[in-house]
Write a protein that binds this ligand. Structure first.
Ligand SMILES: [Zn+2]
Length: 217
């Protein structure tokens, strides 16, 4: 009978690190990579190109960094990995939410082939809508670390990124990715996250409105 071991002798699995901005996802990814260096484990880091001005590195807010290969299409990860005679033991992907959804199949193919895959990704956008890439990877991942930040309004776990334009919460119709604009981000808990212009189905809207009224009484 096989001994119980969450990550048995068979190599190859997916570890997802997800959460909002300011939760330390890149820090956690870099921490895991640093551990590999001590053990002489080979790894390659990738990230999608979202901004032509971006540097070929992943960076944590506390100043640590690692070289990262940028890709336009996720299949380029497979092309790059194939060039190596020996497969890397670990492939890390940062900012995976910005990649094409085919990254899910790429992660699966790597894990099935014996590679340990670390994926760091935002789970939801500023509208509180899931990033489909992250949602799908969470279905396939063997291990999920969901990090939270701190709500800048009340100090509760901050789980949703809030986009501010001129200091005000961004409207629902503003585009998800807008590089180079005068905007800022913060993080809020579910009770302090606002999305002006977000439309809910009537039963949801009515319930939320009437329940708020009833607890005030
Ligand atoms: Zn709050």
């Amino acid at each position: 009978m096989a001994k119980f071991n969450a990550f048995g002798k068979e190599k190859g699995w997916i570890e997802l690190i997800c959460g909002p901005m300011f939760a330390g996802k890149s820090e956690e990814l870099l921490r895991r990579l640093k551990r590999l260096e001590y053990a002489d484990v080979s790894y390659i880091v990738f990230k999608p190109i979202v901004d032509t001005r971006s540097k070929k590195e992943i960076k944590s807010r506390d100043g640590r960094s690692s070289y990262a290969i940028e890709f336009e299409h996720p299949y380029q990860i497979l092309d790059y990995v194939k060039k190596n005679i020996v497969l890397p033991q670990v492939v890390a992907i940062d900012e995976a939410q910005f990649a094409d959804t085919s990254i899910v199949d790429v992660c699966e193919a790597l894990a099935d082939s014996g590679v340990i895959v670390y994926v760091a990704a935002l789970d939801r956008d500023f509208k509180n809508e899931p990033f489909m890439v992250t949602a799908k990877i969470s279905c396939y991942a063997e291990h999920i670390t969901k990090l939270s930040a701190v709500c800048t309004e009340c100090g509760a776990p901050g789980t949703i990124s809030l986009r501010l334009i001129n200091g005000m919460p961004a409207h629902f119709d503003s585009p998800v990715v807008q590089i180079g604009n005068q905007e800022s981000y913060t993080v809020r808990c579910r009770h302090h996250h606002k999305v002006p212009g977000k439309v809910y189905d009537l039963p949801i809207k009515e319930f939320k409105t009437s329940y708020k009224k009833s607890i005030k009484k």
